[in-house]
Design a protein around this ligand. Structure first.
Ligand SMILES: Cc1cc2nc3c(=O)[nH]c(=O)nc-3n(C[C@H](O)[C@H](O)[C@H](O)COP(=O)(O)OP(=O)(O)OC[C@H]3O[C@@H](n4cnc5c(N)ncnc54)[C@H](O)[C@@H]3O)c2cc1C
Ligand code: FES
Length: 284
């Protein structure tokens, strides 16, 4: 994995940079996407990130939490985070509206190996909010379309209401230079697409592993079954990349709260291939 350039405040690495929420988009009943712009020019210019990295987002008075950067560096000027309401910090964020201030520090962690993927076919497999980190890499590859072979996305959620990025899914569906395979666990009166689980759709599509890199993120049960499915299709562990969302505190390798074996996810991850995870003894 390549380690992207990381910007750390020289004096106090825990000090967030002030940023303004520019737009809040409601994705699902429990997930909003926040478009964020740094208040100061030097922060905006100094925040150089790669797809797959994350940032610590803070709400004054509530605390901070790590989130994948779902925007792509190929569309500069802002950052986007898609955030599911879980507890203290995420609930405080869900109360916020455009114009309000938050703090952002990062970018942290390693990144998807978008350079190594050049010339290869890409198969993204996401479930629910797990599409958030994948979206950064997907849009990066689409913005550099000529560098990559076929692009396939398998994406599913519990119900049509739980699918994130719906306007973008429609745009991806209409493109002739990629394929989007959507599914939901349970349909509703209006849903005319596939019904079924993501791992079952993977098996049904049966992609050949030849020249393919695959990237997966979603609920742990989905990832486990997707990994089994990929192994049965003949994918090697090195061809399969995932991104881990362990509990974190400092985000910068100091507190020791985020380890898998001897690896600190906040520094060595969150992106790992399956061979690395097996070596670390991860129970995926
Ligand atoms: C690298 C990384 C990237 C992430 N990207 C995203 C993202 O793009 N979008 C998003 O919505 N979330 C993401 N998360 C998860 C997010 O950080 C947690 O949901 C958040 O910290 C919860 O904070 P809270 O204060 O709202 O919840 P808390 O009040 O701390 O906890 C509420 C509940 O959530 C559980 N919880 C807290 N953190 C985690 C976690 N990391 N994994 C599983 N359960 C947890 C707690 O056990 C508790 O039950 C990411 C996590 C990491 C480490
Ligand atoms: S979160 Fe502190 S070491 Fe990783």
């Amino acid at each position: 994995m390549t380690m992207a350039q990381t910007r750390i405040m020289p004096d106090n690495p825990y000090l967030p940079s002030p940023a303004r929420i520019e737009e809040v988009r409601v994705e699902t009943p429990d997930t909003n996407t926040f478009r964020v712009v740094f208040c100061e020019d030097d922060c905006r210019e100094g925040f150089v990130y790669r797809p797959g990295q994350f940032a610590e987002v803070s709400v004054f008075g509530a605390g901070e939490a790590p989130f994948s950067i779902t925007s792509t560096p190929s569309r500069p000027g802002f950052l986007e985070f898609s955030i599911k309401r879980m507890g203290r910090v995420t609930s405080a964020l869900h109360q916020m509206i455009g114009g309000e201030r938050i703090g952002v520090r990062g970018p942290y962690g390693n990144n998807f190996p978008v350079g190594e993927w050049k010339g290869r076919k890409l198969l993204f497999i996401g479930g629910g909010i797990g599409l958030a980190p994948l979206r950064s890499a997907i849009n990066y590859c689409l913005d550099n379309r000529a560098d990559y072979g076929d692009i396939d996305i398998i994406y599913g959620a519990r119900s049509p209401a739980d699918l994130v990025f719906k306007p973008e899914l429609e745009r991806w569906e209409q493109r002739s230079d990629m394929r989007l395979h959507l599914t939901v666990d349970r349909g509703d009166d209006e849903w005319q697409g596939r019904v079924g689980f993501v791992p079952a759709l993977l098996t049904e599509l049966g992609p050949s592993p030849q020249g393919v890199s695959t990237i997966t993120c979603g609920p742990p049960i989905m990832i486990r079954l997707v990994l089994q499915g990929l192994e049965q299709l003949g994918f090697r562990d090195e061809q399969i990349v995932t991104t881990m969302e362990m509990r974190m505190k400092c985000g910068i390798g100091k507190c020791g709260r985020c380890n898998i074996g001897r690896s600190y996810v906040c520094v060595d991850g969150p992106v790992y291939n399956y061979a690395q995870l097996k070596q670390l003894g991860s129970e995926l």
